[in-house]
Design a protein around this ligand. Structure first.
Ligand code: C5P
Length: 287
C-alpha cells in the first residue's frame, strides 16, 4: 500500500481533435463502420484535475452539466482500469470542460484517454501505452488516438493508427448550438458509406472531404446556412459527425483575424494544430 504522502493532485490535459477528412468505406457485421480519416490534434481542450484517494470511490465534479454520471466516459475509464488491475484506491476527477458535447471534437474520448494514462501512473498499474489503448478501445473508437497522443491517419473503426507529421496549420472552430449523437449519424440510412478504400499514397495529408457532410447539412439546415456564410473566409469543413465547422489557415495571425471577424455572429475559437499531444509528455513530470 502506498503512503498517503504519495497520493498526489495534478492537472492533466485532454486535447481536442479534428477529422481533417473522413471517408466511410462501409458498415461491418459488428455495426461499426470502416473508415479512413486524418486526425489532427489541437493545442486546446479540456483539463482534468485527478486526485487519487485511498478510499475506493470513483467520483467527479466540475462543469459536467448535461453529462450524466452513468454516461461519463471518465468514470467508465476509471472503473475499467480499477477492475482490470484490481486497484484498491479511488479517485476524484474534477473536469474542466471546454470542448462542447456532441461537437465531433473527441472531447469525451480524450477525457477518457487522459484518465487511463494518468491513473495508470498514479495508481501504479504498470500497463503499457498499447495495453491502455486496447482498453480505451472498449470505451470508444477514438480513445486509442488520444492514448497514443499523436496526430495520425487512421483506418478500421478509427483505431488502426499511423502517426503523421502534419504541416503547421491553424484553425477557426465554429460551434453551432447543436449537439449531435455520433451513433445516430452512423446509423442513419442516408449516410454515405460507400467510399472506395484508397491507398494512403493517393490521399493528401490535408483537409478534405467528410462523408457525413451531406447528411448533416440535410438534417440541420442551420449548418447549411453557416457553411455558405463561412465560404467568405475559406473552405469550411465539418469535423467527425459534427457539429463543429472548421476553417483552415496557414498562419496564426490569419486565424486570429478571421476569428475576431466571426465572433460577433458565431461562437468561435482560433486554435493551432499539433503533431503531439501534451498528455504523454506530462508523464515524466513528477507531482
Ligand atoms: O466508438 P464510439 O462509442 O465513439 O462510437 C459511437 C457510435 O458511433 C458507435 O456506437 C457506432 O454506432 C458508431 N460508429 C461507427 N463506426 C465507427 C465509429 C463509431 O458506426 N468507426
Amino acid at each position: 500500500m502506498k503512503q498517503k504522502s504519495e497520493l498526489i493532485t495534478r492537472s492533466w490535459p485532454a486535447p481536442a481533435k479534428l477529422n481533417l477528412f473522413l471517408h466511410i468505406n462501409g458498415q461491418r457485421l459488428d455495426g461499426y463502420h470502416d473508415l479512413q480519416t486524418l486526425f489532427q490534434l489541437l493545442d486546446w481542450g479540456d483539463d482534468l484535475v485527478i486526485n487519487v484517494s485511498d478510499c475506493g470511490n470513483i467520483t467527479r465534479s466540475g462543469n459536467v452539466d448535461g453529462i450524466p454520471e452513468s454516461g461519463d466516459l471518465c468514470i467508465a475509464a476509471a472503473r475499467l482500469l480499477k477492475s482490470r488491475c484490481s486497484i484498491q484506491y479511488g479517485v476524484h476527477i474534477e473536469l474542466n470542460k471546454r470542448i462542447p458535447l456532441g461537437a465531433g471534437l473527441g472531447g469525451g474520448s480524450s477525457d477518457a484517454a487522459t484518465v487511463l494514462v494518468a491513473l495508470n501512473e498514479l495508481w501504479h498499474c504498470g500497463l503499457s501505452i498499447q495495453q491502455l489503448a486496447e482498453m480505451g478501445l472498449e470505451l470508444g473508437a477514438d480513445v486509442p488516438l488520444f492514448v497514443y497522443g499523436n496526430s495520425a491517419r487512421a483506418h478500421g473503426r478509427g483505431e488502426q493508427l499511423q502517426s503523421v507529421t502534419l504541416e503547421e496549420h491553424y484553425f477557426v472552430l465554429v460551434f453551432p448550438e447543436i449537439h449531435i449523437s455520433t451513433a445516430q449519424v452512423f446509423q442513419h440510412p442516408l449516410l454515405k458509406r460507400d467510399s472506395p478504400v484508397l491507398s494512403w499514397s493517393d490521399l493528401d495529408m490535408k483537409p478534405g472531404r467528410n462523408d457525413c457532410e451531406a447528411l448533416l447539412l440535410n438534417l440541420y439546415p442551420v449548418l447549411q446556412d453557416m457553411m455558405r456564410d463561412l465560404l467568405n473566409w475559406g473552405q469550411p469543413r465539418i469535423s467527425g459527425t459534427g457539429s463543429t465547422i472548421f476553417l483552415t489557415f496557414d498562419t496564426k495571425k490569419s486565424a486570429i483575424s478571421a476569428a475576431s471577424e466571426l465572433k460577433c455572429r458565431y461562437n468561435v475559437r482560433a486554435v493551432g494544430g499539433v503533431n503531439r499531444s501534451p498528455l504523454p509528455d506530462r508523464l515524466s513530470i513528477k507531482g
